[in-house]
Design a protein around this ligand. Structure first.
Ligand code: CA
Length: 150
């Protein structure tokens, strides 16, 4: 499927036997290898993954799909990830979606920029996936429990 010219993947395996809720994560990342790597790591964790190769595609996709969380590479061609995050946070349709910035360097400047742009957290590359999963867990709001269970 192709939506807004982005690669668009749906992962059909349920997150668990007990519920159908699959948090949806949008990855905005221009480097194809990184998109593939990150989505391959997130899908087995039970996340549905949406991919966009730049902010110009990612912003409308975020508005249309309302993902549960966005992983935003900050170094993007065209609009950078900081600007894209500010736009997401300024748009009522997307302002409540948590954003984790993916930065290239563990620099204090990036931490400050991430906070200033309105990012909810940030992760430096190369990504530590155990750590990233903890951050995602913390930020994704608790799913609605299935009705009439125990
Ligand atoms: Ca990049």
């Amino acid at each position: 499927m192709n939506l807004f010219g982005t690669e668009y993947y749906r992962h059909c395996q349920p997150a668990s036997k007990n519920r159908n809720f699959m948090p949806k994560i949008l990855i905005v990342e221009d480097t194809e290898n990184n998109r593939v790597l990150i989505s391959r790591r997130l899908k087995p964790m039970g996340y549905e993954v949406l991919l966009a190769e730049d902010a110009e595609r990612g912003l409308p996709l975020a508005e249309a799909e309302r993902p549960d969380l966005i992983l935003m590479d900050v170094g993007l061609p065209g609009m950078d990830g900081w600007t894209a995050t500010r736009r997401l946070k300024a748009n009522a349709a997307t302002s409540n979606i948590p954003v984790i910035a993916l930065t290239a360097h563990a620099m204090e400047g990036d931490r400050i920029r991430a906070m200033e742009a309105g990012c909810d957290d940030y992760e430096t590359k190369p990504i530590n996936f155990a750590q990233l999963q903890d951050k995602i867990h913390r930020l994704i709001s608790n799913p609605q429990p299935p009705a009439a269970t125990g």
